[in-house]
Design a binder for this molecule. Structure first.
Ligand SMILES: *[C@@H]1O[C@H](CO)[C@@H](O)[C@H](O)[C@H]1NC(C)=O
Ligand SMILES: *[C@@H]1O[C@H](CO)[C@@H](O)[C@H](O)[C@H]1NC(C)=O
Ligand SMILES: *[C@@H]1O[C@H](CO)[C@@H](O)[C@H](O)[C@H]1NC(C)=O
Ligand SMILES: *[C@@H]1O[C@H](CO)[C@@H](O)[C@H](O)[C@H]1NC(C)=O
Ligand SMILES: *[C@@H]1O[C@H](CO)[C@@H](O)[C@H](O)[C@H]1NC(C)=O
Ligand SMILES: *[C@@H]1O[C@H](CO)[C@@H](O)[C@H](O)[C@H]1NC(C)=O
Length: 440
């Protein structure tokens, strides 16, 4: 495998989806489109609005729970003071966007069409985003430009440490060296950062640091088999189908069923290999064939996840421009059969109606090898995204948030993502912990 592809966003499984002449990097990881994958398909006109902030680094404490460790690190911060009146030092309003499991993107403090930015304008708030430790450029330990993600260092990647980072920031950050009296901090976050936001508000240890929070899409409890996520996805497809009075939901159900059935027989596999140009082709004689089958189904699920999850969110011109459930359903309905419909969705590039040769990059071992490194160069965008995926896997498996987005509800997506597939990432992070792996 020689080729590449990228991802960013919120809740995430490894999916590798390659279009043309790309390096071997997945386009979606657990439904998160890697940032640079989206950059590629971003429609014109966004770039200028995606950056506006001043960026700086705040000196943070490496280990908030070990007072003998005096090490510090540099946490990336992005700030937009456009709406803020710095003469107000009594009860100034500060909106704090909490960074999550990806590189902090300036658009979150720059895009004035976002609802919370409209609120910032209305309330003359200072808008700040802080990057989560171990993501983007915010590494507790690094060697030159290489962020340290070795398992011994990843022990410092926990939500508890991240909450302490937030508390330390709120208590010690000085804007222009001004001392504020009774500043009114309001926290924001969506998805995993939504959980951080809610924990930050809800834990009495931190609650008095802020006056409020808008914490969206925030699971509050760890849960290993998080099939409820797939249930919400299904609800969205079913709801849309009911509103539109179409059978799109049934076509998706049939399609995922047929995909799986096709993996069981030579004739079915030949069809899948042809329709998806699966690379390498599914072949039962290959080593650990079962891994490749599950990886294939998970890759397909990941694309549906990515589209479903961001439908109508208005985050950028991709979703505004129609990369959503509505057009996904139109593709399913227009196709001669559900499997072809799924392929048309998988190869859908919103900026290019006639993409060149298409193939589905499904090399399981090449996929996981990307994440099996101790150091990543955070100045390299691809490396940054891969590191973020490793970090998210750590938060899910190593730190035990769980939140493995399986399809164990066995509904619309059939058995595309069994829990045991999701568990493979634990194997990858800590092969020493698992001596015997039985898949399928
Ligand atoms: C989105 O695309 C439209 C049309 O292509 C363009 O006019 C608009 O400026 C874009 N929006 C943003 C926020 O870039
Ligand atoms: C840092 O990286 C350099 C270059 O790869 C390597 O020679 C050195 O051993 C590394 N230092 C540490 C402390 O790991
Ligand atoms: C804040 O104070 C420090 C130390 O006194 C100084 O170096 C820095 O330039 C000041 N920053 C601003 C924005 O005034
Ligand atoms: C919040 O409470 C903690 C301890 O409960 C205290 O140390 C801190 O000073 C308080 N912060 C504010 C802003 O009142
Ligand atoms: C779609 O979902 C909304 C929100 O849950 C609900 O109010 C509405 O009744 C649903 N519509 C249909 C047709 O299922
Ligand atoms: C990850 O790398 C280690 C050491 O480089 C190797 O022993 C192990 O087999 C790799 N694991 C996977 C799943 O590729």
């Amino acid at each position: 495998m020689t080729n590449s592809k990228m991802v960013v966003v919120f809740l995430l499984l490894v999916g590798s989806l390659a279009f043309v002449n790309s390096l071997h990097i997945p386009g979606f990881v657990k439904g998160k489109p890697l940032r640079h994958h989206l950059d590629k398909i971003r429609l014109p006109g966004n770039a200028a609005l995606d950056s506006c902030a001043i960026e700086f680094y705040f000196t943070q404490i490496v280990d908030h729970f070990d007072s003998t460790n005096k090490d510090t690190w540099q946490q990336r911060v992005q700030l937009n003071s456009k709406f803020f009146n710095s003469a107000v030092t009594d009860q100034p309003i500060i909106f704090l966007m909490i960074g999550g499991e990806g590189s902090a993107e300036q658009k979150w403090v720059c895009r004035e069409d976002y609802t919370y930015m409209k609120l910032a304008k209305k309330y003359n708030a200072l808008v700040i985003q802080v990057e989560h430790r171990f993501f983007g450029k915010s590494y507790p330990y690094k060697n030159g430009t290489m962020g340290d993600m070795s398992t011994s260092t990843l022990r410092l990647l926990t939500s508890q440490q991240a909450l302490e980072d937030l508390a330390n920031f709120v208590q010690n950050y000085k804007y222009n060296n001004i001392t504020w009296t009774n500043p009114k901090w309001v926290v924001f976050g969506g998805s995993y950062p939504g959980s951080l936001c809610a924990w930050f508000r809800g834990d009495s240890k931190y609650a008095n640091l802020t006056v409020g929070g808008i914490c969206s899409s925030a699971p509050l409890l760890p849960k290993l088999d998080f099939y409820e996520y797939a249930e919400v996805m299904e609800y969205a497809f079913k709801n849309w189908s009911a509103i539109q009075n179409t059978n799109c939901d049934q076509l998706i159900t049939d399609g995922f069923y047929q995909l799986r059935q096709n993996t069981y027989a030579d004739s079915g596999r030949a069809k899948l290999n042809a329709v998806f140009n699966i690379t390498p082709p599914l072949d039962p004689t290959m080593k650990n064939f079962d891994f490749f089958v599950t990886n294939f189904l998970a890759n397909i699920f990941s694309v549906f996840q990515g589209i479903d999850q961001y439908t109508f969110d208005g985050r950028d011109n991709i979703t505004i421009g129609g990369y959503n459930i509505d057009n996904l359903c139109k593709k399913m309905i227009a196709a001669p059969d559900p499997v072809t419909g799924i392929a048309n969705v998988v190869f859908w590039d919103p900026t290019n109606p006639n993409p060149m040769a298409q193939y589905l990059d499904n090399d399981y071992y090449d996929d996981i090898a990307l994440f099996n490194k101790s150091y990543y160069d955070y100045t390299n965008n691809n490396q940054q995204d891969i590191a973020a995926s490793r970090g998210w896997m750590w938060l899910c498996c190593g730190m035990a948030l769980g939140w493995l987005q399986t399809t164990e509800n066995n509904g619309m997506f059939n058995h595309a993502v069994p829990l045991r597939h999701a568990f493979l990432f634990l194997y990858m992070l800590r092969p020493d912990l698992i001596t015997d792996v039985h898949i399928l």
